[in-house]
Design a protein around this ligand. Structure first.
Ligand code: SF4
Length: 234
């Protein structure tokens, strides 16, 4: 599969994995997270077509800045929705000496996802919620893909970064962090755990797209509380 669908590209990304990275936001997502910042990535037919040559040539431009830790991150949308293309892209980048991370939501997994994960150097996993019922309410998806992903990541010995958005009234409690710590004991090679505070900057995008914003009026997460909860991560 030499062609995929791309939403956008970020150069000099510094938050989606270690070091300096070129981030390819792939188009399409099966989830509908209540706080999604990028509803414009949802439609799998949206964005534009991209081929492997473009991915490689854009990634090579950043090579002088990657150093030992940096490289490419494939984010989304949900990049595992385009598993075949993702696998080929990561393989092509490896041939150029560029490492790649996959930034997934754990809301989609199929037979091509495993090949893509096997080829990747790092997985970034955005844990939506540890509780299956809340996960479903928040994303519209079950946790089956999340558990398949964790099983594959463990079996293949892939390192993983965990990210968890903390949303006021949803999971901003010590009890939730205790549940998260417990949940993470099932993942073998964790390099980092990051809590990210909910913010409402995407509200205007929803208005423009004519989509209802389910968390309308919810205040952003306080930095102090986020910091206090971060200290409880073990
Ligand atoms: S998984 Fe990511 S892109 Fe998809 S709806 Fe959730 S936040 Fe948005």
């Amino acid at each position: 599969m030499n062609k995929g669908r791309l939403h956008s590209i970020e150069t000099f990304g510094a938050v989606d994995g270690p070091g300096i990275r070129t981030v390819f936001f792939l188009q399409g997502c099966p989830a509908r997270c209540a706080y999604c910042h990028n509803p414009d990535t949802w439609d799998p037919c949206g964005g534009r077509e991209v081929d492997l040559d473009e991915i490689v040539s854009r990634a090579k431009r950043g090579k002088p800045y990657y150093g030992e830790d940096g490289g490419v991150t494939f984010s989304g949308g949900e990049p595992l929705l385009q598993g075949k293309f993702l696998f080929e892209a990561i393989k092509s980048l490896h041939a150029e000496g560029i490492g790649s991370a996959i930034d997934t939501s754990g809301t989609y997994f199929d037979e091509d996802s495993e090949s893509a994960i096997a080829e990747a150097d790092l997985v970034l996993l955005d844990i939506k919620h540890t509780d299956g019922t809340v996960f479903k309410e928040l994303t519209g998806r079950g946790q089956e893909s999340l558990f398949r992903l964790i099983e594959v990541v463990n079996r293949l010995g892939k390192p993983i970064w965990i990210r968890q958005v903390i949303v006021p009234g949803l999971n901003d409690t010590q009890a939730y962090i205790a549940a998260l710590n417990d949940f993470l004991t099932d993942i073998e090679i964790i390099r980092k755990v990051e809590l990210l505070g909910y913010h409402n900057m995407a509200e205007s995008k929803y208005e423009k797209l004519g989509i209802e914003y389910k968390l309308k009026g919810l205040a952003p997460m306080s930095n102090e509380k986020l910091q206090a909860l971060s200290e409880l991560i073990i």
